[in-house]
Design a protein around this ligand. Structure first.
Ligand SMILES: NC(=O)c1ccc[n+]([C@@H]2O[C@H](COP(=O)([O-])OP(=O)(O)OC[C@H]3O[C@@H](n4cnc5c(N)ncnc54)[C@H](OP(=O)(O)O)[C@@H]3O)[C@@H](O)[C@H]2O)c1
Length: 276
């Protein structure tokens, strides 16, 4: 039986909880000075834009890359330019042991992780009837297993630390069925991580926040392919893809104290793509 008005009127011990003692000035809230942020898929695209945003805001950054060694050079450039600590780490997020070891290494080098941005992803965009099972498994191993491994090992650390913040890069493809290219496995993988992230926001309520970013088409290697680019322009009221500089502010907001009352949210940033 659901709660009565009398039941709901009972004051629970420890509630309401106190407000956080974060700054009231919004620019101070957005400062990342002294914070440590780990980002997967950090060598290029959305991940690199997040790395730039955090380092520009004074934060220290662990750049996690898989095959793109440009992360090493970007890491050195940004450390010099913004006078912050950075370090690049090679990790295949589909390998749980590598993820566990990398989280440990980042903590050895930086002392803690305040924010973990689980951003790495991949797509083999085909109808299921044309997709091989190894192609299905590869997408699931990165987009689902990779996010679960990052969340598990970052989450264990957050619990030990007593604080933490996980941000998952999902997609509008977790909300809508994209046209004109059928890609049910990619879409399903993103729907999984969106709901998984919301579920973690409750599970980790005592020590960490969890939010999801669902981008529409952004002009990166994983942006609109030639098969869907015209449809991407038509579907977005803005008539274009996003530039990665246009997503920096959202990740900075979610990483920083400015979003201290935000958890379990799934934020669309898609130039209005999913409106119609
Ligand atoms: N661009 C878009 O239109 C769009 C829209 C919605 C969602 N997204 C999502 O945004 C995220 C970033 O994509 P992006 O657009 O920035 O494209 P991107 O530049 O191609 O980034 C994808 C990243 O994922 C990393 N990655 C792939 N497999 C990996 C593995 N096994 N282990 C570790 N890292 C791995 C890649 O690392 P290496 O290059 O080092 O191998 C790469 O940096 C993805 O999750 C994607 O699904 C993108």
């Amino acid at each position: 039986m659901s709660m009565t008005i009398q039941d709901a009127g009972q004051v629970r011990e420890g509630f309401p909880r106190p407000f956080t003692n974060t700054a009231t000035n919004v620019f101070e809230q957005l400062s990342m000075t002294g914070k440590v942020v780990a980002i997967t898929g950090a060598a290029d695209g959305i991940g690199l834009a997040v790395v730039e945003a955090i380092s520009e805001a004074g934060g220290n950054v662990a750049l996690l890359y898989n095959s793109n060694k440009a992360a090493i050079e970007r890491s050195q450039e940004l450390a010099k330019k913004h006078n912050v600590k950075t370090q690049a780490y090679q990790v295949d997020v589909s390998e749980s042991v590598q993820v566990e070891e990398t989280v440990k290494k980042v903590v050895q080098d930086f002392g803690r992780i305040d924010v973990f941005v689980a951003n790495a992803g991949m797509a083999i965009s085909k109808p299921i009837l044309e997709q091989t099972l190894p192609e299905y498994e590869q997408q699931m191993s990165v987009n689902v297993n990779g996010i679960v491994y990052c969340a598990k090992y970052a989450g264990e650390l957050f619990k030990r630390q007593g604080f933490g913040n996980l941000i998952i890069t999902s997609s509008i493809s977790g909300h809508i069925v994209n046209v004109p290219v059928d890609q049910p496995v990619y879409n399903g993988s993103k729907a999984y991580v969106t709901h998984f992230g919301k579920s973690l926001a409750r599970e980790w309520r005592e020590f960490a926040r969890v939010n999801i970013v669902s981008p529409g088409f952004f002009d990166t290697k994983m942006g609109a392919s030639p098969l869907c680019i015209n449809e991407a322009y038509r579907m977005s009221p803005m008539g274009r893809q996003g530039h990665v500089k246009e997503i920096k502010g959202l990740y900075l907001y979610l990483s920083s104290d400015a979003s201290s009352y935000m958890t379990g949210s799934d934020v669309l940033i898609d130039g209005g793509y999913v409106l119609p």
